[in-house]
Ligand binder design. Structure first.
Ligand code: PMP
Length: 425
């Protein structure tokens, strides 16, 4: 069969999948194969994947593929039978988390994990109110779409949802930024209470990726966590983006801030592309939900998913990929900061490990978003064979989240290509 043209595929997508799907890039990419940090298109051209945080151990990692195939050829059922797979993985997962988080619950997507976390938080606290950041994304379910302002201006925020400004203050000390962010949370709590709504949870992505990647000075989260607890709510750390070693400094994003969440939700990199997600929770926070509700998720925690997730942990640990994220992330960040000396369009370069934001601005002092330029850079990089995207409310912050097997040479290639694209802008 001849390879379909880009135009054919776009037409079929629109006809078959309908109007809600969106493609990346002015010239959409049609990858047919992935390996390590590379994607290959139908013509055999390779692209450096600096964006895909799902495949944390690299595209098509043989150890993960083998684990999935082996388990799929043996048994795949659900969690209403006894099986060691889910227990072995729960044990290993909980060992990466603070001892206070004693239970693990498995889902298939990050959305389901956050949705369940909200139900647990609401049952435990007796409250309904949820506090999120201004441009957060937390998932696709009804309860999360109304707590995901980044979905667009047509999304109606829930009546029980309040937003706070994200902790934008890379140049501040942790105390100042922490107080500022916590003041916002206290304001949101007061607003909920004034409407007769009891706060249930503060729910944040601990690197604030949709808001613009705010990894800030370590430790700034604690005052906000204290504020929600004082108001009777719980702290839910959404680790779907930063979890599993990406930030280099810690295995979990919240750990950089020295806080212990009440619930931790996770997904994306957990199965290196296999759909497996879940949450970890303090037993005392889970207790009321457990008394009132049965939890069963047909695919969540199935033996194949657990085998995939276990193999990902193996590869992360054997390859010391958290340490690699730190070392290569530092190297990449240094290269990007050097580029900033040459290109006035680059403002702040911030991040942790292999989660980096490059703010593009038309005026450094005012930090005026260079939205149109960012779109040109993202598309220019795609043409030049490097894949990344932009984030933040003004879509002007380049978002770099390569697989954790990224090496210095890949970082150098990325920086060189960005240099060329900026020079030609
Ligand atoms: N939380 C965050 C912070 C996310 O980035 C995402 C996915 N982009 C989700 C939750 C939802 O995860 P999923 O797409 O697996 O449902």
């Amino acid at each position: 069969m001849p390879t379909p043209t880009t135009a054919d595929l776009i037409e079929r997508r629109a006809r078959l999948l309908g109007p809600s799907y969106r493609l990346f890039y002015d010239e959409p990419l049609h990858p047919v194969r992935g390996e390590g940090v590379w994607l290959f298109d139908a013509e055999g051209r390779r692209y450096l994947d600096a964006y895909n945080n799902v495949v944390c151990v690299g595209h098509a990692h043989p150890q993960v593929v083998e684990a999935i195939a082996r388990q799929a050829a043996t048994l795949n059922t659900h969690t209403r039978y006894l099986h060691e797979g889910v227990l072995d993985y729960a044990e290993r997962l909980l060992a990466t988390l603070p001892a206070e988080l004693g239970h693990a619950v498995f889902t298939c997507t990050g959305s389901e994990a956050n949705d369940l976390a909200l139900r647990i938080a609401r049952t435990h606290t007796g409250g309904q109110g949820v506090i999120i950041t201004n441009f957060a994304y937390h998932g696709v379910t009804a309860s999360l779409a109304e707590a995901s302002p980044s979905l667009g201006r047509y999304v109606q925020l829930g009546e029980t949802v309040r937003t706070v400004a994200p902790p934008d203050g890379d140049d501040l000390d942790a105390g100042t930024l922490g107080r500022r962010f916590a003041d916002g949370v206290r304001g949101a709590i007061a607003d909920l209470q004034a409407a007769g709504i009891r706060p249930a949870a503060l729910l944040v992505d601990t690197v604030f990726s949709s808001d613009g990647i705010f990894t800030g000075p370590r430790g700034f989260l604690q005052p906000a966590v204290d504020a929600i607890r004082e108001a009777g709510g719980v702290f839910i750390a959404d680790e779907v983006q930063p979890g599993f070693g990406r930030t280099g400094e810690a295995f979990w994003g919240f750990a950089r801030h020295g806080v212990v969440p009440d619930i931790v939700t996770m997904g994306k990199p957990m199965g290196n592309g296999h759909p497996v997600a879940g949450l970890a929770v303090r037993p005392e926070v889970m207790a009321a939900f457990g008394r009132q509700c049965r939890y069963f998720n047909t695919f969540g925690g199935n033996p194949v998913s657990m085998a995939a997730a276990g193999a990902v942990l193996d590869v992360l640990q054997q390859g010391a990929l958290q340490a690699n994220a730190q070392a290569v992330g530092d190297h990449l960040m240094a290269g990007l900061r050097q580029l900033a000396e040459k290109h006035a369009l680059i403002g702040q370069v911030r991040g942790a490990g292999l989660f980096i934001g490059v703010e593009l601005v038309t005026d450094r002092a005012r930090r005026t978003p260079a939205t149109a330029e960012a779109a040109r850079v993202v598309n220019g990089l795609r043409q030049a064979g490097v894949l990344l995207s932009a984030t933040g409310e003004a879509a002007h912050i380049l978002k770099l989240r390569p697989p954790l097997v990224f090496e210095r040479a890949h970082a150098d290639l990325l920086v060189r290509t960005l240099d060329d694209v900026l020079a030609r802008l």
